[in-house]
Design a binder for this molecule. Structure first.
Ligand code: NAD
Ligand code: UDP
Length: 330
């Protein structure tokens, strides 16, 4: 297939581009580098040994998007481009709604015009809000606690309504759990600007000494050790989930959790990092972070049954590969 990848220079997008090309697909990337670096494109080429077309453009710009669709003939699209910092979305809601929702509208419109009938969307487990774990795809979505989560829920609705109104147009809404890890080459990985918000990149920067110590946000949750539980998924497994999703895209609206189905606590993850990498990570217990829930993990059975995809990598693989990327690139 010829696949347009928006946000392909980003963390999940870059790994997915590698997996798509390994599976024999041709890709075109569009990215404006608002949260990535152009060197990533060379690294994708180095890992895959393949070349691809690239557009530096903003996918909220309808003229630019129109040009990309007019110049190519795509079979499908994977839409990663978006802003993703939850805390920042509370401070800058308009930027988040504009970037994440307008991009979805413009790309869906272009797909209908140019008859690109496969649309795979990066959604998030955050749309489940405070439902009971494990989260299943049939659960009613509950309000999220931040604008970022709302942009994902709104984009899901836009794409669902568009698919219902246009029987030739199929969508796959992929609800990711917590991607961590990096490509085993250490050439691509998560490289956030400034001080990281997420646990794994923060831990990696404490391990290099760039940050002094980790704050563990709360040890009084109703979880086995009191710290927050999440479903961490290796980014390479997640990337392969996209290949399975676009290759097996059924007509209509398809919703899949992409997770492992297994919860891991903050302390379990930190201790695995310390043990596997044989490096110290000083931490202290602090108060809960506002907006956090106790536990978030997937019922991952639907993707296995319908896409034939399941995760292969372990927590040990994740912490080893995260550290390998960090120490090679900081
Ligand atoms: P990322 O920031 O590393 O990648 C996003 C890419 O999109 C970046 O390269 C950025 O420059 C680009 N981009 C952003 N807005 C753009 C625009 N208007 N036009 C063109 N390019 C633009 O993020 P990621 O972690 O790879 O996440 C990819 C997608 O998955 C996002 O939509 C995110 O919301 C979603 N998601 C991420 C996580 C996570 O924990 N990383 C979890 C659930 C969902
Ligand atoms: N967390 C933490 N310290 C940090 C960052 C995160 O204790 O510096 C905890 C957080 O409270 C949550 C888990 O780690 O329980 C995962 O947080 P992250 O921000 O990585 O993902 P999300 O909150 O989006 O699931």
């Amino acid at each position: 297939m010829n696949i347009l990848v928006t946000g392909g220079a980003g963390y999940i997008g870059s790994h997915t581009c590698v997996s798509l090309m390994e599976a024999g697909h041709n890709i075109t990337i569009v990215d404006n580098f608002i949260n990535s670096k152009k060197e990533v494109l060379d690294r994708i080429k180095e890992i895959s040994g393949k070349d691809f077309k690239f557009y530096k453009a903003d996918v909220t710009n309808e003229v630019s998007v129109e040009k990309i669709f007019a110049e190519n003939s795509f079979d499908g699209l994977i839409h990663f481009a978006g802003l993703k910092a939850v805390g920042e979305s509370v401070e800058k809601p308009l930027e988040y709604y504009y970037n994440n929702v307008v991009s979805t509208l413009i790309l869906a419109k272009a797909c209908l015009k140019y008859k690109v009938n496969k649309f795979v969307f990066s959604s998030s487990a955050t749309v489940y809000g405070e439902n009971q774990v494990p989260f299943t795809e049939t659960m009613e979505l509950l309000p999220t606690t931040n604008p970022y989560g709302e942009t994902k829920a709104i984009s899901e609705r836009i794409l669902t309504d568009t698919a219902k109104a246009n029987p030739d147009f199929s969508v796959s809404l992929l609800r990711y759990f917590n991607p961590i890890g990096a490509h085993e080459s250490g050439l691509i990985g998560e490289d956030p600007n400034g001080i990281p918000n997420n646990l794994m990149p923060f831990v990696s920067k404490v391990a290099t000494g760039q940050l002094e110590k980790l704050s563990v946000f709360g040890n009084d949750y109703d979880t086995p050790d009191g710290t927050g539980v999440r479903d961490y998924i290796h980014v390479v497994d997640l990337a392969e989930g996209h290949v399975a999703a676009i290759e097996n895209l059924d007509t209509g609206v398809n919703v899949f959790n992409l997770g492992t189905g297994k919860g891991t606590s903050v302390l379990e993850l930190v201790n695995a990092f310390i043990k596997i990498n044989d490096i110290d990570v000083p931490y202290e217990i602090k108060g809960r972070r506002p907006g956090d829930i106790a536990s978030c993990y997937a019922d991952a059975s639907k993707a296995e049954q319908e896409l034939g995809w399941k995760t292969k990598k372990t927590i040990e693989d994740m912490v080893r590969d995260s550290w390998n990327f960090e120490r090679k690139n900081y």
